[in-house]
Design a protein around this ligand. Structure first.
Ligand code: UD1
Length: 345
């Protein structure tokens, strides 16, 4: 699992370990903390923690990857599948640093494919994003809706999807599932694992979490003149534990098919920024301060998943609602006001 110390990676690691998988986690900690690996071990408990190996490496380092895939981690068995989370993911930053985004997201995926091929590993679960669709023509968005990415980050994900799809045509023994995430939020209910971005958060939920502990003064709500009921942007927020379970469902269905398949992971329900602020305020027990400002460049009015394909083919459905997402995110932030590294903002 590349990107095992990240927000989605760490939760998926817990889910897979708890379900009985052995996991070799990989991360370079460029946007995550080594503490997350300790927390994974703490959450799963001592009996299972031994099934997690961890190696610090950059996925662009093909030689190191090859060594890892050749060795199979502690115990040395063959690697069954790779889950590839490691990537850069801030849209605004991608506009300022496109070369770094193409390098980290596209080059790393190519090096990974080469290393996998060299060592006979041909099952891959790839992290993609609903942002490959850009401005949707109609909602909710099914997988077959056209891809029209509007920024370099989204383009890196769309390019990787096409690389993987082409690979599966050329080499039919590959089994690849790309999962398009909508807006992952929430935290592990233990309060031990959660989202801990470095610097000022780009995304609305971690920003609200930091407002709630006083690290940030107030949320700026980006635009109230969208064609939505309350004028603020609508997104399909999905609990990170539901998302983690979606990866396990994909893992268990990799062998149903050969070739390439893409699935949306979302709830199918939209929530506006103001509804999210209200729900999070409810979880915290007091109103959180916010101010309506202008639109953020590049934002779309509304993105909501059509999650039916994942339900029908993977048997996966979300189980957690907005109140659960807010409760668990708050529990994590309350217990870790300065994040994993304990640095107050
Ligand atoms: C973006 C990307 C997505 C990427 C994700 C994680 C798009 C369309 N989406 O999601 O691909 O995977 O980031 O990095 O490019 N908002 C505020 N105030 C804030 C922050 C956000 O009002 O301080 C609003 C936004 O305008 C939006 C909603 O909250 O309506 C969600 O924003 P955000 O959490 O940043 O996620 P996306 O932009 O949907």
């Amino acid at each position: 699992m590349t990107g095992a110390a990240g927000f989605i990676g760490s939760h998926t690691c817990v889910d897979l370990l708890t379900a009985g998988y052995r996991v070799i986690g990989v991360d370079d900690f460029s946007n995550s903390s080594p503490h997350a690996i300790e927390r994974i071990r703490e959450v799963v408990g001592p009996d299972v923690a031994g099934n997690l190996d961890f190696v610090e490496l950059d996925v662009r380092d093909g030689a190191a990857l090859g060594k890892l895939l050749g060795g199979g981690g502690r115990g040395g068995g063959p690697v069954y599948a790779v889950v590839h989370f490691a990537a850069r993911k801030a849209v605004g930053e991608s506009v300022r640093m496109p070369v770094e985004y193409y390098d980290t997201n596209v080059n790393a995926t190519l090096r990974l494919i080469e290393a996998m091929r060299e060592h006979g590993v041909r099952r891959l679960i790839f992290s993609s994003s609903c942002s490959v669709h850009g401005n949707a023509d109609s909602l909710p968005i099914p997988e077959e809706a056209p891809a029209r990415p509007t920024n370099p980050y989204a383009r890196t994900k769309w390019i990787c999807e096409q690389i993987l799809s082409d690979l599966c045509v050329a080499e039919p023994d590959w089994r690849v599932i790309a999962l398009r995430y909508f807006n992952p939020v929430g935290a592990h209910p233990s309060g031990l694992l959660g989202e801990d971005p470095r610097g000022i958060p780009n995304n609305v939920m971690p920003y609200l979490q930091q407002v709630a502990v006083g690290r940030l003064a107030e949320l700026s709500v980006f635009g109230s003149d969208y064609p939505t009921p309350d004028g603020t942007g609508i997104r399909d927020y999905i609990h990170v534990v539901d998302l983690a379970e979606g990866h396990r469902a994909a893992m268990e269905h990799l062998d149903d098919q050969t070739g390439y398949r893409v699935y949306n992971l979302g709830t199918g329900t939209g929530t506006s920024v103001l509804q999210l602020v209200a729900a999070f305020s409810e979880a915290v027990g007091r109103p959180l301060p916010y101010r309506i400002v202008g639109r953020r460049p590049g934002d779309v009015a509304e993105l909501v998943a059509d999650p039916r394909r994942a339900a029908e083919e993977l048997g996966w459905r979300t189980k957690r609602g907005l109140a659960d997402m807010c409760r668990d995110a708050w529990e994590f932030q309350r217990r870790n006001p300065g994040g994993y590294d304990g640095v107050a903002g």
